[in-house]
Ligand binder design. Structure first.
Ligand SMILES: Cc1cc2nc3c(=O)[nH]c(=O)nc-3n(C[C@H](O)[C@H](O)[C@H](O)COP(=O)(O)OP(=O)(O)OC[C@H]3O[C@@H](n4cnc5c(N)ncnc54)[C@H](O)[C@@H]3O)c2cc1C
Length: 355
């Protein structure tokens, strides 16, 4: 077989380096890889993979995943399904459907240009629209679950396209059924949001509010909040186009009240947030910084922590995913030794056996 197969008008490439399909720019090869522009291609390409008993993963921009050095011994579907449509409007809301392969930030920009409020604080998050429900993407006080009405997807169990209402997506803090109980089952093709015609109102998320107070901003529209978010994010986070990274590498740990009380005694200034269920959320960035990983450059692995935000692990000169994992393990171990807190990795380390 050549390096290219042609199946029902789709090109399927063979032995493709996956490094450019992850913003961490590491990992082996995909046995097969194809781009999908039309949702009707999904059942065909899945049939093709099933006949060959291959695992299948659908990806967007690769900004929340890491490929192993072994690569992916199956079929990688790169989602390019576009579309943006205002379905209906009433005096309070607009219902907007967005194709899952649309660049997320461009989609947010469109809603903002239409003076719609609800996802403007999620500006500049890299990746595709279809990936946002997977980890219930969130930033600066907004998350997908707040405005999402439903997810359209191809269900590989029923072999049908389905519409899943948001309250059946199993959303939680940086999680959903798409990355837990139903991992790999659904191929997300579109999202429907209910956005507001009204303007956003204070109080805003603390780091936005600080910027607002410093700049003495008095008027708030979705466009103004988007501009503030872009300014705040750009001052702290590296652009994955120029610096290889996956954004926050660890989620903020959630611990019991008892465990927190013991930590608080030792570290009275430890930042924390009380959750509705009585548990306590800690700042993973603070834990890393106080475990000695502020602006930390590891010559051995070629990995580093970003100088403005230790939670962002940066691939400076790493040669393999194994280098990254060594660096990750060292951070997890040292944070655990110092604080007794287990860090949980946010980007997915893709294992073909899970698909
Ligand atoms: C600099 C930087 C900043 C970031 N900031 C934030 C932030 O503020 N908040 C936040 O929550 N995240 C953040 N992220 C993480 C990331 O951008 C988001 O998780 C984003 O939604 C991932 O989109 P993607 O298209 O790149 O997904 P990918 O990395 O390609 O995929 C991620 C997961 O979703 C699955 N998936 C993707 N598309 C589909 C689909 N159509 N159907 C089914 N499954 C699918 C994949 O199989 C994989 O499991 C940041 C990342 C970077 C690099």
């Amino acid at each position: 077989m050549t390096n290219l197969e042609y199946y029902k008008l789709m090109y399927i490439r063979k032995n493709v380096s996956l490094a450019r399909y992850s913003t961490m720019r590491l990992g082996g090869e995909a046995k097969y890889l194809t781009n999908i522009k039309d949702k009707s291609d999904i059942p065909h390409v899945l049939d093709w993979a099933n006949e060959r008993k291959l695992p299948v993963i659908m990806i967007g921009g690769g900004s929340n995943l890491i490929w192993s050095d072994k690569g992916f011994d199956g079929l990688v579907i790169v989602n390019k399904i576009i579309g943006y449509k205002v379905e209906k409007e009433d005096h309070e809301h607009s219902y907007v459907t967005i194709g899952s392969g649309e660049d997320w930030d461009k989609a947010v920009a469109k809603t903002v240009a239409n003076k719609l409020h609800g996802i403007e604080a999620l500006s500049l998050i890299p990746g595709t629209t279809g990936a946002t429900p997977v980890q219930n993407v969130g930033a600066y006080g907004q998350e997908i679950a707040d405005t999402l009405i439903s997810v359209e997807a191809y269900d590989s169990h029923s072999k049908k396209f389905v519409v899943i209402p948001a309250d059946q997506c199993g959303f939680g803090y940086r999680t959903s059924r798409f990355k837990t109980t139903d991992k790999g089952r659904f191929y997300i093709t579109a999202l429907c949001f209910r956005l507001y015609h009204k303007n956003p109102e204070p109080p805003f998320y603390p780091s936005l509010q600080t910027y607002i107070d410093t700049m003495n901003i008095k008027k708030f529209t979705p466009r103004i909040i988007r501009e503030i978010v872009i300014a705040v994010r750009s001052s702290k986070l590296p652009d994955p186009k120029t610096v290889a990274n996956n954004g926050s590498f660890f989620a903020n740990p959630i611990i019991s009240n008892t465990k927190f009380n013991a930590l608080h005694k030792k570290y009275p200034h430890i930042p924390h947030w009380k959750l509705k269920d009585g548990k306590i959320k800690l700042s993973a960035a603070w834990l890393l910084e106080h475990a000695g990983f502020k602006n930390f450059h590891d010559v051995k692995t070629g990995m580093a922590t970003w100088h403005k935000q230790p939670l962002v692990l940066v691939n400076e000169k790493a040669e393999s995913t194994s280098d990254l994992l060594h660096f990750r393990n060292r951070i997890i171990k040292e944070v655990h030794t110092k604080f007794g807190v287990e860090l949980e990795q946010e980007p997915e380390l893709v294992e073909a056996s899970q698909y």
